[in-house]
Ligand binder design. Sequence first.
Ligand code: SAH
Length: 399
Amino acid sequence: MEANKIHHIILRPKKEESLKRFHPWVFSGAIAKMPQGIQEGEIVKVFSADNEFLGVGHYQIGSISVRILSFSDETIDANFYIRRISEAYKMRMEMGLLRDDNNTFRLIHGEGDHLPGLIVDMYGKTAVVQAHSVGMNADKYKIVEALQHVLGKDKLENIFYKSEGTLPFKAGIETGDGYLLGGQNIDFVTLENGLKFNIDWLRGQKTGFFVDQRENRNLLEKYAEGKTVLNMFCYTGGFSVYALRGGAKSVHSVDSSSKAVSLTDENVKLNFADEPRHTSFSEDAFKFLKESSSDIYDLVILDPPAFAKHRGAVNNALQGYKRLNLAAFEKIKSGGILFTFSCSQVINKEQFRLVVFSAAAISGRKVRILHQLTQPADHPINIYHPEGEYLKGLVLYVE
Ligand code: SAH
């Protein structure tokens, strides 16, 4: 019965090409005929102008009208989510991300796991679920059922749903945030590569932690011995804790949010009790760099928030990255190492490298690229959806 109610969207001639190449977005301009009475968040089927089935997905008002969930004509029910989530879980197990010393990983990464609009991060036995589309919000109970089925009681005790304020939700759409499973006796402390982190998914940014920097933090640890480290935009202090374990001489953590600074302090304490090598500052990054002298830091991390959240903001964002990296080049010691990142999806790695190049050139320092970094395997990039590549990093040796 359900199948009869599914609305059909017909594309304009020749607009099926990208879907045939498995790109999962249907742009509003590609649509010839929109059925009457269609509601945001509904499951719809998409057909070519020649009436050929192309895919089934979530409909939403906006420039991306449909996010394709499957290129086969299948029913989108709890079983569909069970199939997708088991596949994603199996991949994470092959990556070796669930171990005695590591239980923090991303289970579902949107398009990268063929589930556009859905993010699931695992913190021990808690899954934090975030919907980025109206359709995923509408399907949240199917997702909860599927997560329970795939992970079972021994691996999953709590599901926290957190979608309020997530783009592109508009006013008036109820997200119903909160625990959809469990919620009692929660262990907020999780492990990443043997280090403890207290994750505040209730009040923290995104799902509470930036899981995507795990491997880059690991690399930083290897460079930390004996260094004076500046961790700029520290948030929960991930890079700081790794630097301390790596034997840094001292670590300064900076974030403009005092809440972030206290999360960092808490995580340092959780791993090292009273650590005299660590100091944190609640300050603006640009101001902090401007006021610090140029002979202190030999290892600097710049991991700012996305300066550009949409295409219109790209130019300003590029200027922002240039200014920030210039300030770091002006302050880092000779023979210093700079870890510099951009997580803006609308800025590609060539653009990022070019602005870092410009900043280096203005500073007049000699700079070599030691590593080119990206997002880890639990944030996979669907090859047909290059937009999924968002995290870019460079490790630079500054003479
Ligand atoms: N490096 C972190 C993630 C950084 S998220 C990690 O590994 O987990 C970006 C952080 O930048 C946020 O905590 C935000 O509070 C902070 N921030 C934003 N603007 C800032 C500014 N102008 N100066 C300092 N910190 C800023």
